[in-house]
Design a protein around this ligand. Structure first.
Ligand SMILES: C[S@@+](CC[C@H](N)C(=O)[O-])C[C@H]1O[C@@H](n2cnc3c(N)ncnc32)[C@H](O)[C@@H]1O
Length: 277
């Protein structure tokens, strides 16, 4: 029998995923229309590596508001931000889009042929890989992308405003991107029983019309919210405009190429037991 809560005790802290919409959803329209389209090279490249096509039942984890239906697949998606899911539903009314936590996917075992996540599963959320494996059918394919070596990226400047967050949040951001280190993702995926694990360089380049466009775009993201909480919105936007102004080029857009790593792997087939010799 469930025990009743002591009314003298403070309310329990809400689950971490319930707080995600505060950061990622607060400028959902800007994120979906200014930031996300710039990731198109990444989406096309991973779908190509996975051979996504008609007949595939595909789940995208931490889907924000983008989907893979254009390749003929039947699509589902999950994100913790209800405001981003509202935009995803507006774009793809036929898709099965749900608000929830990637650590407890609300689908039965073996539901999907393909599961993807584009910079949605991190070094700080490795257990989500177990859920990806559970909802994949045996023989199903998974693909995920993570930031690669950010400091070595020509476009590192475009992520620099995130470092205005508190030291604790910046340390957490560093832990998040740890899956891009050589061997880290491969080890994680094998530890959860995936096979045929491959690492790929994924093309990724953001382009912006001018510093104002860049500042508004980057301010719409979750890590920007952490920086804005620390220094305020105006200081954040100023930092972003200044970083971009130094990269202006005559007759060309502002461009930020960032190293992104893609992992693809398969869930082993259920093999019949090997008979004793
Ligand atoms: C870096 S964004 C990537 C979004 C999208 N995949 C894209 O390509 O733009 C991270 C996403 O993870 C979502 N998210 C964060 N924590 C989550 C959780 N515990 N469960 C589900 N989604 C989560 C955020 O709402 C956000 O949409």
């Amino acid at each position: 029998m469930a025990s009743e809560r002591d009314p003298k005790q403070p309310d329990p802290a809400p689950a971490q995923w319930l707080l995600v919409d505060e950061g990622w959803g607060r400028k959902a329209v800007d994120f979906a229309s200014l930031s996300e389209p710039g990731n198109c090279r990444e989406y096309v490249s991973l779908h190509q590596l996975l051979g996504v096509g008609p007949g595939d039942h595909v789940l995208d984890v931490a889907c924000g508001s983008e989907l893979a239906a254009a390749r003929g697949a039947t699509v589902a998606g999950l994100d913790a931000s209800q405001r981003l899911i509202a935009i995803a539903r507006d774009r793809s009314p036929e898709a099965d889009l749900r608000v929830g936590d990637m650590h407890a996917l609300p689908w039965a075992d073996g539901t999907f042929d393909v599961v993807t996540s584009f910079r949605g599963i991190w070094g700080t959320t490795p257990d989500a890989v177990a859920e990806v494996r559970r909802v994949l059918r045996p023989g199903g394919r998974m693909g995920l992308t993570v930031w690669g070596h950010i400091k070595a990226s020509p476009g590192a400047w475009a992520l620099s405003p995130f470092t205005l967050a508190t030291r604790e949040k910046v340390a957490n951001q560093a832990a998040m991107v740890s899956l891009g280190r050589p061997g880290a993702g491969e080890q994680l995926l094998r530890s959860w029983g995936f096979e045929n694990v491959e690492r790929h360089d994924i093309p990724f380049a953001w382009e912006f019309a001018d510093p104002e466009h860049y500042a508004r775009t980057i301010a719409s993201t979750g890590p920007a919210y952490e920086a804005i909480q620390a220094v305020g919105e105006e200081a954040f936007l100023d930092h972003a405009r200044t970083a971009a102004a130094e990269r202006l080029r005559d007759g060309l857009p502002l461009r930020a190429v960032i190293l992104v790593v893609g992992y693809v792997a398969t869930k082993p087939l259920d093999r019949p037991p090997v008979p004793d010799d």
